[in-house]
Design a binder for this molecule. Sequence first.
Ligand SMILES: [Zn+2]
Length: 291
Amino acid sequence: MIGSFLNVIIHRLPQISDIQYRLICAEYIENFFRFKKIKGSFNQKRKFQKIKTHFGVHHNDDAYSLSTPRSHCPNCLRTLSWTENIPIISFLILKGHCKTCKTPIGKTYPLVEFISAAGALYISTRLYVPVTENLDIHLLMKTAAFCIFFWICIALLIIDIRTQTLPDLLTLSLMWLGIVLSLTSTTGLALESAVLGAIFGYSSLWLIYKTYKFFTNKEGMGYGDFKLTAAICTWIGVESLAILLLIASLTGAFFGGALLITGKLKRDEAMPFGPFLILSGFILIHTNLSI
Ligand SMILES: [Zn+2]
């Protein structure tokens, strides 16, 4: 069920940001024309009122959120019944197609649902089950915390691959959660290490970005990557920052090289860095938990 909710986040969050961005631009343009006192005022909002995106929402749909409208087929826009909304099972019953318009349902939906469940199962068998048979609140909290970390990271990973953005809502939530959980000693990390992790995680990448831009006049990363590094470091500690960046850049370079050779990526095309930071974070958390 959490995987199902992650699917909603993965699908809607980038669109919500896009709509909000358009609305801000529209307001800016309208104010500009009003300021210039141009008659027959130019209403950008009204202009794209009629245009529907292929997700079935208007470009100025302020009401579009994580909860509204209800889950629907992105092609024929029919609202799904509860039987079509059961994680994994519905996908299998429907044989991967919409009941009415027969459009294939994206394979990411069941995949995210499966990975969310499998990850949570793995974390709890690793952390909770081998240690105690009785209810241990502290261990339970720790297990739940790392599950939440995993789930948010999965959503970020897919959003970054698809849209090359890392929504603030997810990166910043992950960062504050890491700091608060170190304060309550849930993650087993000292508060100092988490806070310094956030500070140095952000600033180190910012420094690399500025240096790279100064010499090449190109943008190698985005601000989302800085926030994501800060967020991951509140979970692994400032001590692991260097190794986090090392693993992420090595795997990134290796994977990017492989894509270049096979021709799947062009030389001047950008590749998201977030997935490598996340994978590197997973590896480090896994080794920390094993000790
Ligand atoms: Zn349909």
